[in-house]
Write a protein that binds this ligand. Structure first.
Ligand SMILES: [Fe+2]
Length: 159
């Protein structure tokens, strides 16, 4: 598997989109568990691995990165609440759909606006190194959503 950071994150997006489609189009509530797990790992490696490095290597994209961190934060809140719910509960479907809408919007923005700038502005070798680092982070990533703390969400980029 390639360790190019952008390729890796795009693969994560693809898996997340497949699970969103499975829930939305095929009505598979059993896709929500794997969706939340994939989302948790993806947001963790991106927040701990990708954002802090790109903030240093390409500081002109920092405003975008800060808005992505805010989007992750909202997604984390909804994901943690959804994790504690069961399909059929009154707000389950509304919450799942809102979370999926936010995550899709986030992935679209990264793919169309941010990844091209990162690809153009960060060297291939650095992206390989970030990818290798994210591969190691993925091995110790949390497997389920946790309610985020607003006080710790900035730590990775502020470090
Ligand atoms: Fe992201």
């Amino acid at each position: 598997m390639s360790t190019d950071a952008i390729v890796m994150l795009r693969e994560g997006h693809k898996e997340i989109r497949r699970l969103i489609r499975s829930y939305r189009v095929e009505g598979r509530t059993e896709a929500v568990g794997p969706f939340l797990r994939a989302l948790t790992v993806y947001t963790y490696i991106e927040r701990e691995g990708m954002y802090p490095r790109v903030c240093v290597l390409l500081p002109e994209t920092e405003p975008e990165i800060l808005s992505y961190i805010e989007e992750h934060h909202i997604a984390d809140v909804l994901a943690a609440e959804l994790y504690d719910m069961r399909p059929g509960e009154i707000a389950f479907d509304a919450k799942a759909r809102l979370l999926m809408d936010i995550v899709e919007r986030h992935m679209d923005a990264e793919e169309h606006r941010w990844f091209p700038r990162v690809r153009a502005g960060v060297g291939r070798r650095e992206l390989q190194e970030i990818g290798a680092w994210m591969t190691r982070l993925a091995e110790r990533a949390p497997q389920r959503p946790r309610r985020p703390s607003v006080h710790t969400m900035w730590d990775a980029v502020a470090a």
